[in-house]
Design a binder for this molecule. Sequence first.
Ligand code: 5GP
Ligand code: ZN
Length: 112
Amino acid sequence: MTDCLFCKMAAGDIQPDIVHEDQEILAFRDINPRAPVHILIIPKTHVPTLNDLDDVQMAGRLLLTAAELAKQQGLAEDGYRTVINCNAHGGQEVFHLHVHLLGGRQLTWPPG
Ligand code: 5GP
Ligand code: ZN
């Protein structure tokens, strides 16, 4: 999708701080980190929200990539959080599906 920020990153037109890339997935550091480690994991194909995801394999890959990156970033033992914001009530601002991986400090619950 030409006017989508994360599609531009997936296409290499904009270069974020990439921590993982394979044929189907890109993971990069959030520009406005909410925790010492804040990574976004996206499918390279344009999927606007979690409501639109119908690819079971992609759903699994996104989650397993988050877990793998959590290990790589040294978060696995202390713990971390994965978040997918969906639409207005979820607080979604970028309408290209992404999994937030947050860690490196004690996170509070419940979210705001
Ligand atoms: P959402 O609120 O849609 O779940 O999260 C969107 C995330 O994208 C936010 O955490 C925001 O900081 C991040 N973001 C927005 N624009 C950019 C950008 O240009 N580069 C990077 N790396 N992250 C961005
Ligand atoms: Zn997109």
